[in-house]
Design a protein around this ligand. Structure first.
Ligand code: DAH
Length: 346
């Protein structure tokens, strides 16, 4: 009998809920087998009664142990079944699995990462900085004349603008990061600054009050306009394909001298002229130039010893041109029909 009890205890210990095809029915069967009226316990108890008195003490203890083990196991199984029911667990393993919706990166993140990768391959590292900026980093250090229209209320979201106080605003461009980096780093400096910028514009298909830019800055001894041109050509070909051509048009930015705007040959019509490039064969891509000596000096870098180039581009525009997005508002509305179109780009 002692041996038999030990065997049953072992069987109870080894029993697992997963062994029952139908769990609820399996638990009931298990209970009846051990604790039922004609079950193992009942039968062993009959045998116990017939034992000589001197064996009863030891067997009584063993029987109690067996009963406790069976009762505990049944409780454990019942709890499991109840919880599974609450969680709505299905026991039908042949049912089709639930569809897990996989998310994907936003097209702006994809394009921003792509720009960062292209520049990383030629040694540019990433700098990020604050979105709330003061007048110095946003305008003054960048050589904006005091009455420059870009400082105007119409363009800039001011947070603090009081006579005699430092003006504080949401940054209107990532060029402010140039200043932050040059103030704290010695050349050679070779960085890109991706990030959000804010302008007080009415929202339409072609303008938004929040958008993204990537800025690039390279400062060292003997950096020339030829370095800028080569970097631009490399970037354009990596971003829009080997066949891409570039052209530079003279332009003006307070923080660069000389300044230029870069166009790429239209990637839709290949330069023949279409409605995307408005018949010109060229698409405007970014602004750039040689860092104005005033900017270097304002940031504590000796403009007699060092030169540099800078460029800045709009990420929404890059994505528009690459994926023919016609309306800026689509980027921010989070309409899944729009977002899912970019599921397969990484
Ligand atoms: N900050 C300019 C803008 O927001 C873009 C820009 C133009 C950045 C020329 C530059 C640059 O670094 O050299 O329109």
């Amino acid at each position: 009998m002692k041996h038999l009890i030990a065997q049953y205890i072992e069987e109870i210990r080894a029993a697992r809920i997963e062994d029952f095809a139908d769990r609820a029915a399996g638990v009931e069967q298990f209970r009846i087998k051990f604790l039922g009226r004609k079950g193992v316990m009942a039968e062993l108890f009959e045998q116990f009664k017939a034992l000589p008195n001197e064996q009863k003490k030891e067997m009584g203890v063993a029987l109690n142990r067996l009963k406790a083990a069976a009762t505990e196991k049944v409780e454990e199984f019942k709890n499991f079944v109840e919880q599974a029911e609450e969680c709505g667990e299905s026991h039908d393993l042949t049912l089709p699995a639930d569809f897990a919706q996989r998310g994907s990166r936003h097209v702006l993140s994809v394009v921003m990462n792509e720009i960062a990768d292209i520049f990383a391959r030629i040694g540019f590292t990433i700098e990020e900085s604050v979105e709330i900026e003061d007048d110095w980093h946003l305008f003054s250090a960048l050589n904006f004349p005091h009455d420059h229209p870009a400082r105007d209320m119409q363009d800039t979201f001011f947070i603090e603008k009081e006579e005699g106080k430092t003006e504080v605003a949401l940054r209107t461009h990532t060029s402010s990061v140039q200043v932050r980096v040059m103030e704290t780093h010695r050349p050679p400096i070779r960085i890109i600054a991706p990030g959000r910028v804010f302008r007080n514009e009415a929202i339409s298909a072609r303008a938004h009050c929040i958008f993204h830019q990537v800025e690039a800055l390279y400062v060292d001894r003997k950096v020339t306009f030829a370095d800028l041109k080569q970097t631009l050509l490399y970037f354009a070909k990596e971003m829009f394909g080997e066949q891409t051509q570039i052209r530079l048009r003279p332009s003006y930015f307070p923080f660069t001298e000389p300044s230029a705007e870069m166009d790429i040959s239209c990637n839709i019509c290949g330069g023949k002229g279409c409605n995307i490039c408005k018949g010109t064969g060229w698409l405007e891509i970014l602004g750039c130039g040689m860092v104005d000596p005033n900017v270097l000096d304002a940031c504590g870098i000796d403009s007699k010893e060092f030169t540099g180039f800078a460029l800045g581009m709009g990420v929404e525009r890059m994505a528009m041109l690459k994926y023919q997005v016609r309306d800026l508002r689509l980027y921010f509305e989070n309409d899944l029909r729009f977002l899912h179109q970019f599921d397969n780009i990484i």
